[in-house]
Design a protein around this ligand. Sequence first.
Ligand code: FAD
Length: 320
Amino acid sequence: EKIQDASLDEKKVVFSFEFFPPKTEDGVDNLFERMDRMVAHNPTFCDITWGAGGSTADLTLDIANRMQNIICVESMMHLTCTNMPVEKIDHALDTIKSNGLQNVLALRGDPPHGQDKFVQTEGGFACALDLVKHIRGKYGDYFGITVAGYPEAHPDVIGSNGVASLEGYQSDLAYLKRKVDAGADLIITQLFYDTDIFLKFVNDCRQIGITCPIVPGIMPINNYKGFLRMTGFCKTKIPAEITAALEPIKDNEEAVKAYGIHLGTEMCKKILAHGIRTLHLYTLNMEKSALAILMNLGLIEESKIQRPLPWRRPTNVFRV
Ligand code: FAD
């Protein structure tokens, strides 16, 4: 079934888990074991990323199909335009269709390694809008289509001062509306750590007539260096209180994880308090933080978690 239907239920809070294709066969086996445990908590769907530049195409297809048919969870496959002539795009879509998947996250993709600007592949698409149009044109209503939204604007629009100009932000938003008007059913956002920015973004989307569900992408902080790398790459604003809380504990991995769970829980609480009913967790293929946040929110039961949760010991190592 298409995932937007579940995301539209305003009475129930639903959640989903994102994974990426591991580099080794052992990694893939581990991921499936983890997914199996995580799916026991009834996520609305799980999704698998498309490696940068199409580097994991076959593995992504394989994982997407196994998620849907072996793990038996509603699955969404990411698909990007980078290095993908239309035949390859159609091969990917035909493959998941013949395996019963009905959900795609249509993306432009980032430039391949070593390039700093996105270049359209010969016979391929220039942006996610083109991909959305193609999927609707060729496959009709078969697929539920999700697109990416950027609460702080896409990094291309963000200046050296770390923020987008009003003009850049507004043109990004207008372009997002074109993706929705072309047939996207759902928006998942880029990660953010300033919840007010996300809430303003939802409001701004509604103001310009975007009516589909907008799902916040939540990335629990698991590790200090990883957090800096990811927020640097995505040009994400880090609120001063988060920097202040992390600085003194940055070398204590357990404390950083505990803070990440605390912060993720508080962010989700605030988002839910504003009437948003869906949460998308960027798991980075790890289960503890995502599950701990959902448990803190009362969305999953501790009895179903198949491992002890040592990180839930009361801790005073961080201050907020
Ligand atoms: P687009 O929607 O095409 O937009 C890119 C930028 O170009 C925006 O600033 C937009 O405003 C501008 N733009 C494009 N066309 C026009 C136009 N005609 N007029 C005006 N402005 C235009 N990357 C991967 O490689 N694999 C993944 O699996 C993956 N998953 C992701 C999941 C989510 C939820 C998100 C938020 C991002 C993901 N990414 C992934 C990263 C994504 O590929 C990059 O952010 C990429 O740079 C942009 O992709 P997009 O689909 O948002 O592009």
